[in-house]
Structures are given as C-alpha cells and as structure tokens.
Write a protein that binds this ligand. Structure first.
Ligand SMILES: NC(=O)c1ccc[n+]([C@@H]2O[C@H](COP(=O)([O-])OP(=O)(O)OC[C@H]3O[C@@H](n4cnc5c(N)ncnc54)[C@H](O)[C@@H]3O)[C@@H](O)[C@H]2O)c1
Length: 282
C-alpha cells in the first residue's frame, strides 16, 4: 500500500517544476522549494499556464486545476520541507546535493524517504553519507516530467525493498512506468543514450553532417526528437555534466569522451531552450 501522502520537491528548475506539477495534479500535497525566489515565481507561472492549457483543451476540469494549485506550496523556506518523501532536483553537484540532504535529515525523521533525481551521480555514493541509507534511492524522471512516462527507480546497495516498492507504487499513482535499475554510471537510459548525443556531435565536429541534417535524419528514422533538439531541451550544461560523469566513472574510455563543441557551448552559456540559444536559437 502506498504510504506517501506529502511530497517535498527541492529545486524548482526544469525538472522540479514538472515533478511538482504532476504530484500535485495527482492529489499529493506538494511543497516546491528553491533557494531562488525568481525561479519560484517563474515556476509558479509555468505550472499555472500548463494547467490552464490542459483545462482549455478539456483534459483537466476547472475544479481539478484549482485543487492542483491548492495542493502546491511554493517556498524558499527549507523548514517547509517536512514530508513523507523528498525528491531532490537541484543542480547536478554531489556537494550541493549532500549539503541539502544533510539539512533535510535534521528536519525529517527515520521514516522519511529521500530520493534524488540525479541523472548521473552515484546513488551509492550519495547514500553512503546519509544517516538512514536504507531510506535513500534514486528516482529519475525524464524531461518533460509531466509528459514522459518512464521513471528509473535506482535501488542502491542499501536501499530497502520497502522503499523501492513505495517509489514504484508512487510512480504508478502518477501514471508513470517505473523500472527498477541498479546503480551504475548513467543508470540505463543515460548510458545507452550517450552515443545518441556523442556520435551526433562527432559527425558535426568532423564536418560530415550539419546539426539540421542529423536531427532530420534521426526524426525521419523514427526517433521523436533529433539529438541536437533533445540536448537543447535537456540543457547543454546538464547533458555535458552527465557525459563527464559517465566518462569518468567508466574509466575515461575514448568512445565516451565528452564533446568539445558541447563544452564550448556550455562555456559560452548557450545552454539550450532555457537560455534562448543552444544548438538552435529560440
Ligand atoms: N534537465 C533534464 O532533462 C534532466 C532530466 C532528468 C534528470 N535531471 C536532473 O535533475 C536535476 C535538476 O536538473 P534541472 O534540469 O531541473 O536543473 P535546473 O538548472 O533547471 O534547476 C536546478 C534548480 O535548483 C536550484 N537550486 C540549486 N541549489 C539549490 C539548493 N541548495 N536548494 C534548493 N534549490 C537549489 C536552482 O535555483 C535551480 O532552480 C539534476 O540533478 C539533473 O541531473 C535533469
């Protein structure tokens, strides 16, 4: 039986906003925390607009929209993050995540489940620093979290069976499809998909194809989104970071070496859709 009633999502960026919207829409009391007030205001607007669009299209009743908004608390006060489940979706930095988890441990108790939405940081490495490692797991949503069905539930060596089961039950309650994965660099999707991005960038780097060509060909062959459009959606900083971590953790194999053109984009702060410019202009 699902025991999770209240959820705190930490980080109101691309992923945190989407995750909080879906949990609130599915009637879980949801706290959405971010340090940055401006990000919180943007997130509130984004969620309101997204819910309004669903209502206009007849996919969500007016009452359900109001209920969803009532289920949400936007806050920059960490003390509000007392919940049955914490879903962390802040920047992809082990130090920042651990620092936040340590503060959250003080506010919560031994029953609270802690989950990280990290794309690439080892769940075992994070859980090793936790007071109750059996309560800790990965819960990896995909972008956009309101739409994408897959959730990788990453069971670390010490994650209890009961916690993995709760995260699977919750995913199903959110209309998602959970897949339990072991903790390995990139888990499943980001490990397999690495080549989708890296080989595409290699072709462009070697002047063998253009960005537009590669995307058009991959989309025509059945992929929903070409690799360059997808990287722009994910955020080039996030995608580059994942490449670096997977490459490092697997012993720096040549085939997984991060791309120079992506590094240049990140250094130029051309991070994709979120900054208005990436491989494409928005
Ligand atoms: N972008 C994707 O496609 C994607 C997909 C799956 C998983 N992820 C993972 O989700 C996480 C978040 O990614 P994102 O794309 O939403 O990033 P983002 O940059 O859009 O948002 C991160 C947010 O975290 C906030 N933040 C930073 N430090 C904080 C702290 N100490 N406390 C509270 N908030 C803090 C920032 O203000 C920002 O709003 C990362 O771990 C990433 O690897 C991303």
């Amino acid at each position: 039986m699902l025991a999770i009633k209240k959820i705190a999502v930490c980080g109101a960026g691309t992923m945190g906003s989407g995750i909080a919207q879906i949990t609130a829409q599915c009637n879980f009391k949801t706290v959405l925390f971010d340090l940055n007030e401006e990000v919180l205001s943007k997130s509130r607007l984004l969620i309101q607009n997204s819910l309004q669009l669903l209502t206009t299209k007849g996919k969500l009743s007016e009452e359900a929209k109001e209920q969803t908004l009532n289920n949400l608390l936007f806050t920059s006060n960490l003390n509000d993050c007392k919940a049955d489940l914490i879903i962390e979706a802040i920047i992809e930095s082990k130090e920042a995540k651990l620092n936040l988890f340590k503060q959250l441990e003080q506010l919560n108790n031994s029953e609270t489940i802690f989950a990280s939405n990290t794309s690439s940081i080892s769940i075992n490495a994070l859980s090793a620093e936790m007071q109750y490692p059996q309560q800790f797991a990965g819960m990896h949503f995909f972008n956009p979290a309101t739409v994408m069905k897959l959730v990788e539930v990453i069971k670390a060596d010490k994650t209890s069976d009961a916690v993995a089961e709760q995260l699977c039950l919750l995913s199903k309650a959110l209309g998602k499809i959970p897949v339990v994965c072991k903790d390995a660099p990139g888990f499943i999707v980001n490990r397999v998909a690495r080549h989708y991005y890296l080989e595409a960038m290699k072709l462009v780097e070697l002047n063998l194809a253009t960005i537009e060509n590669v995307d058009a060909v991959m989309e025509a062959s059945g992929f929903k989104m070409g690799p360059f459009k997808l990287m722009d959606l994910i955020g080039l900083d996030i995608n580059y970071n994942v490449s670096q971590i997977v490459w490092n953790d697997l012993g720096k194999p040549e085939r997984l070496k991060p791309s120079t053109i992506q590094q240049q984009k990140v250094e130029a702060k051309e991070l994709g859709k979120k900054t208005g410019k990436g491989f494409y202009n928005y």
